[in-house]
Design a protein around this ligand. Structure first.
Ligand SMILES: Cc1cc2nc3c(=O)[nH]c(=O)nc-3n(C[C@H](O)[C@H](O)[C@H](O)COP(=O)(O)OP(=O)(O)OC[C@H]3O[C@@H](n4cnc5c(N)ncnc54)[C@H](O)[C@@H]3O)c2cc1C
Length: 291
């Protein structure tokens, strides 16, 4: 057992319930800190022991393999708190993005309506630069507070290299755990914000499948048709490996219809990529992170 209070860390914890695709093996250790102070204690121990670690937010864009994770998975979803100051808001990394957006809409703070219906945490949304064609994190983010191996730092948005579903935190150029996020919004009538929210949620319901998934598996290519269209044209809709199936509503979504078997999902991802390469000569880049 690590030399840490038992309430900070648990051993051999299955990861499938912590991801939206609901597959994957167990973490050797799982830490679920409630406070930044607890997180700092855990992080210091990880550095001292030189253990591999992975950060998990809402688990809506990551997949763990059958082998799980051999080190410490740090789950940030218990880090909670929202502070409003005029049109600025500072949010702890574990707050849920979609719920935050809905709350802001009701307060007449506009800028995050596009995030309604996107699962996951605010911290994960920064790392992924989550977004839709209506907006993304880069457009509302001012700065973040991160825990790095050399302590807690504030990082301006300009230095995060946010791009299409990426950031320096995603690529590993910057090592750290997002603790809190400062957003800059603007005032609008709550009724207008809520109207936009309803339109966005309606469109999501029409175009995206329900069920266990990780959202879009692949990024859109920089030019030409989006990944979903390429996958559809390559005949991927309805393809199946085990209980992992390509959605018939949206060809860039895999829906897991039951098992916790990550190998099926990974095999299906390979099959989709190969089909698009063979039929369109395009190598799709993965959006979902396999850990
Ligand atoms: C049904 C569905 C629809 C979706 N629609 C969209 C969409 O429209 N647009 C979009 O952009 N995405 C979409 N996604 C993908 C996903 O919801 C987003 O990428 C989301 O922002 C990921 O947040 P998360 O907290 O779940 O991150 P996770 O999946 O837990 O992690 C994602 C990455 O961020 C890292 N990470 C997470 N939290 C932290 C932290 N605090 N500090 C450091 N690193 C961290 C992880 O290590 C990992 O590399 C969708 C997913 C689903 C299931």
């Amino acid at each position: 057992m690590p030399n840490l209070p038992a309430n900070l860390i648990a051993e051999n914890v299955p990861l499938w319930p912590l991801t939206s695709m609901r597959v994957g093996g167990a973490a050797r250790w799982l830490a679920n800190p409630n406070t930044v102070s607890d997180l700092s204690t855990i992080f210091a121990w990880i550095q001292e022991q030189r253990l591999p670690h992975a950060v998990l937010g809402g688990g809506s864009n990551v997949l763990f393999g059958e082998g799980g994770f051999p080190g410490v998975v740090i789950c940030t979803r218990q880090l909670k708190g929202i502070r409003l100051n005029g049109t600025s808001v500072v949010v702890a990394a574990g707050e849920r993005l979609s719920e935050l957006a809905k709350e802001l809409n009701r307060s007449g703070l506009s800028g995050l309506e596009w995030a309604c219906g996107i699962p996951g945490t605010v911290g994960g949304a920064v790392v992924m630069n989550a977004g839709t064609r209506d907006g993304d994190m880069a457009a509302v983010l001012e700065n973040i507070q991160i825990l790095t191996p050399s302590g807690v730092r504030r990082w301006p948005v300009e230095d995060l290299k946010l791009g299409y579903r990426t950031s320096d935190l995603r690529t590993g150029c910057l090592e750290g755990i997002v603790l809190e996020v400062a957003l800059k919004l603007h005032r609008d009538e709550p009724a207008h914000c809520i109207q936009r929210e309803e339109l966005i949620l309606k469109s999501r319901r029409k175009t995206q499948p329900l069920g266990a998934s990780s959202g879009c598996i692949f990024k859109n290519p920089e030019t030409g048709p989006p990944a979903g269209m390429l996958l559809d044209r390559a005949g991927c809709k309805g393809l199946r490996v085990g209980t992992a199936t390509v959605s018939t509503l949206h060809a860039n979504f895999i829906v897991n219809e039951g098992s916790q078997n990550a190998a099926d999902v990974l095999a299906l991802i390979d099959c989709m990529r190969t089909r698009v390469l063979e039929q369109h000569g395009i190598t799709l880049r993965q959006e979902v992170k396999v850990i």
